[in-house]
Structures are given as C-alpha cells and as structure tokens.
Design a protein around this ligand. Sequence first.
Ligand code: AHR
Length: 660
Amino acid sequence: MKNTITVILTVFTLSAQAQIPTTSIVVDASNLRTKINKNIYGQFSEHLGNCIYGGIWVGEKSKIPNTNGIRNDVIEALRKIKTPVLRWPGGCFADEYHWKDGIGPREKRPAMINTNWGGVTEDNSFGTHEFLEVCRQIGCEPYFSGNVGSGTVQELSQWVEYVNSDNVSPMTELRKKNGQEKSWGVKYWGIGNESWGCGGNMRPEFYADQTRRYGTYMRDYGKNKVFRIACGPSDDDYNWTEVLMKDGSGFINGLALHHYSFNDGKTATDFDEKGWFDIMKKSLRMEELISRHSAIMDKYDPQKRIALIVDEWGTWYAVEPGTNPGFLYQQNTMRDAITAACNLNIFNNHCDRVRMANIAQIINVLQAMILTKDDKMVLTPTYHVFDMFKVHQNALYVKTTLEAPDYILGEQKLPAVNSSASIDDQGNLHISLCNIDPRSQHHISCSLKKFTVKSVSGRILTAKEMNAHNTFGNPSIVAPTKFSDATLSAKGIEVTLPPMSVVVLEVKGSCELTPSLELKDPKPGIKYSYYEGNWSAVPLFDSLVAQRTDVIDRFVLPEKNSGENFAVQYNGYIKIPKDGLYTFYTNSDDGTNLTIDNNVIVENDGLHAPQEQSGTSVLKAGFHEIQVKFFQGGGGKVLDVSIEGPELSKQIIPAQLLYH
Ligand code: AHR
C-alpha cells in the first residue's frame, strides 16, 4: 500500500513539473570588465503635480516632520534604495524655468504659471538651493536640466557659474549672498529637454547647432568637468540620433532617450490580461530602442565615450479619478513592478552604453517610487524593485544568456523570462530574474561558468492579483519577502519562479581569479619605450622603432618628449596586494590602452581632451603583467593611471606596486 502511494505521488509530482515551462540560463563570469553604472538606478523629479510640493518639499513650518523643509520620511526611503542621481527641474517644465526666479528670500521670489502641468501657480519657493539640499540629504548626485527652449545661452551659462564657480564674479557673489559660500560642483547638466517637442519643437539639425552653442558656454570651473547631456530621441526617432551624433557628438558626454509605455486611457489599476500584455510589450520595446540607437552611436563613437542616458522612462496611465489631469498622479501595481524589473534588466545588459537612467518620476507622478498624502507615505511595488536591484549598483556586469519559452496571449507572444547579473565588490553574484507571465510559474535551470557556488538565497516580489497595489490604508500588500525556491544542483542553480514575479538571488561563492605570475627577481619601476610620429590612435608599436627605452618609477610621461606627436609604451608588472576585483582607470589626453595579463581592460583611445575610462579585472594576489600604450597628437597632454580594489581607495598606481 505504502509503495502504491509513493508511486502515485511521484507520478503526480513529475507530471506537475512537466507542465512547468523551463528556461535555461547560462551565467558567464568570465571576461568581467564593465561595471553597471549606479546611475542606471537614477530618479527624475519635476515641478509637476505633487512631486516637489507636498511630495518632497513641505517647508520648514510644516507639521510634517522635515529637515530644512524637506520630508524626513521620503528622504529616509530614498536613502534606503541608494538613489544615486536625481534629475530636476523637468521635464517640459525645465524649458520654461528661469533659475534666477528660484533663488534668494522666498517671499521675494516671483511666481509663474506652470503652463505644462495643470496651469497652476508656481511660487518658486523650491529652487536651486532647496534642490541641492534634497540631494545632500539623499546623498545623491544632482542632474540639472537647462532651459534651451525659452532661455538664453547667457542664462544657462550663468546658472553653471552660480552653481560651480569659486572665482570672484557677480554670480558667485550672488550665491554667497544667498547663503552658499562654496560652489556645489555639479557634474551633470542637460542641454534642454525634449527639444523635439515641448522643449521648442526643433528640428534635429537646428537642435544640434543649439547643443554646440549652449554646450560651449557651459564652462568647466576648477576641477569640475561638466558632463553635457544633449536631448536625445523620442522612442524610435533614429534620425534624431543620427543627426545629433554626426553634428553634435564632439560637444556632449551623453545623449538622452525618452520612452514611455502608455496605455489605452485606463487607470493604473483598471486592466485585464490584455492590458497587462500590452504594457509588457511596450516596456520590453526598450531592448530594441537601446540596441538600435546604440548601433547608430557606435558608428560615430565606437569607443562608447558618449553615454546613452534614458532620462525619462516608465508607465503612463490615465490619472486616478478625481485628481487633476495635469498632475499625472497614478497608482502603481504588480504590473509596474514587473515592467520596472524588465527595464532594469535591459539597462544592466547594455551597461557598456547605458550609463544613467531616470525613471519618471520619483514621487506622486507617473511610475512613482513613493506616493504621499498629507503626512502619510506609501512605498509602491516599483520602489521595492529598485530596493531589490540596488545590489547591481556599481557591480561588475556578468553576462547571462537565456533561452526562455514564450508568454502567449491570443496571437501574440513575448519572452516569458528575462534576467541580468553582476558581481559586487565582496565577490557575491546577484542574478535578477523576472517572470512576466501572470498565469504560469517558470522553472529556471541556471548553469554557471567560472563561478563556484557555495550557497544561494534571495528575495521575491510577487502578488496574487495583476493589479495588486499598496494603499495608505494597506501599505504592505506588495512587498518583498524571503525567497526559498532556489536550490543548488550539480549544474548550478534550480529556481521556480511563481507567475508575475521578480526574484533577486544572492549567490555566495568565488569567481575564477586570474592567476598571478612567478617572477624570479623583479626590480622596482616599469620599462618604457619612446617613439615619435603622427598618429590619431594608439599605434601598432611592434612595427615601430623606439627612439629610446628606459625605466621609470610610475606611469608618467617621460620628461624628455617632443611636446606633440609622440607615443610611449610602458611594460612591467603590478603587485596585487590581495585577491579580488580591481578597477583600473586611465585619464589621458590623447589616447591610451591598458592591458593586464594581455587582456585589454581599459580602452581610452583616439584624439581627445583629458578623459577617464575604466575597466575591471578579477586578480589573484601577486604579480600581473601590466602594459599601457599612450600617444600624444597636438594640444594638451595628460596621463594618469589609477587603481581601486579591496582595501585600496582609488589612487594613482603608486611606485611601490610597479616592477619590471
Ligand atoms: O514626465 C512627464 C513629462 O513627460 C515630462 O515633463 C516630459 O519631458 C515628458 O514628455
């Protein structure tokens, strides 16, 4: 009898398992080089509805607990998800914003009409100083959107000066008079917003010229180098990218793409499976948009100097009943959580080009992290995805290749599962998995290359209903919990994902370290060879005859050089103090390439002004071969080679680590 029961149970389990679609994923921890820029997890805040007023800013006299007028509850929540960067003041609002109206005594600030968003009166009580105070409290970098649509070159140029300069000037005196002695040193500046639409309805050729013009007068002050972000394309406007890259790429560091997933006029909570599928499809389109815009950028910028910055993305539904249609206030459900995870996986997988993204918007607007009502605050399902995915911030990207069955609805289908992975500076591997199928669980069979697993744990976000959401009365309906459905197998890891779920696994173990070299009698210093010639890229040194060779203690340019048109090749060994992940940086003018153990780690080639690039290698303690190739065309010349690793803060590679 007992045997019969066992047989029946086994057959039942097998047949149940056979029903579960299986996805195979290969997680390949070889070739680790690129970091996932933490700014992919960035946010966007606009003077729109209750994003700034009520959501962030309540003023010092408010009964809502605040520090310098900024809500304490909101700041605490944003610190928890490690918000890395915040874009402000718009959006469409940015191209009507005149920053000088938002400084000085609040009672004297002029008001304006917010023509884009509800026609409400904007009293300018929140301005430059208040925004930078928000960023200080969150611990994030500010990203200003400059006014190109209705502002002047002088106005934007003076804003940069007011914020970034420590010289003596009318702008810096004004800043000091307003209570800020030292400059803030803001790096990220946008040159207009949606200049193809609300930002001036410009044609790409005209806008490319505006970018060159405005970009020229956004000056660098002191050590701060302005990172200029041009308005990029809307969705699939590939011509915009083509023209901007052709005519404007020499003047910018980033190009901003916008893509929203709009629905058919229904609210965030009012949808059926068709509505679910439709938003999944529109969100997953991000993959195609990034791939195709990147391909155009590659043509003009093969070294990926210019970042693709997705500085507005997210879902956009009809507003909640009874709210101002111009305020874009929407609820946030499990559907939004899934689309957030899909997009973050896509950004991670394109981290070589996508180096910032800013979801729209941070509080009370569109796909918000946080909703507030008076003194109450609720964290949305999207917030929880950002919380779970924060482990990828600045971690080393690990490629995942996946064969997923389809999620089918009627005649249409989409890949049911998507993923991304990274290794953090403690050596932990994180794999984020997303099952977009609201009806079926999915089994994941995960094999790992070059990573030995010791244990696996995880967190999951899921719900019973597609439109499950958190409310002020019931704030924890959708919240992450411990995930226990991942087990170790001979091949790697076996996982069962429930329908509509996001899982982030933490895999403890070790990745394969590049072995160190046995050196017989290493001597301090590195060898260098000096060449003269006219190049526009790092030359092929093997075909050249050196004018002289010598030993030098660090990667510095030989004192005796021709000033222009020369090249130097450095060869030696670096003594790595401890097993772990090491990031190497070159800051050079003109080009450099850096290799470790014959693998190119940092590519920073071409004729250019001082520019920093980095790459990472997983190294065993001991000696490793290091080679730096540098060339100088005309103009300035710079070479700095730095290292950062376990217990080693970022620093110029010190002489005591270099040998030959
Ligand atoms: O995020 C809302 C609006 O969407 C922004 O102001 C604008 O840039 C975009 O069209």
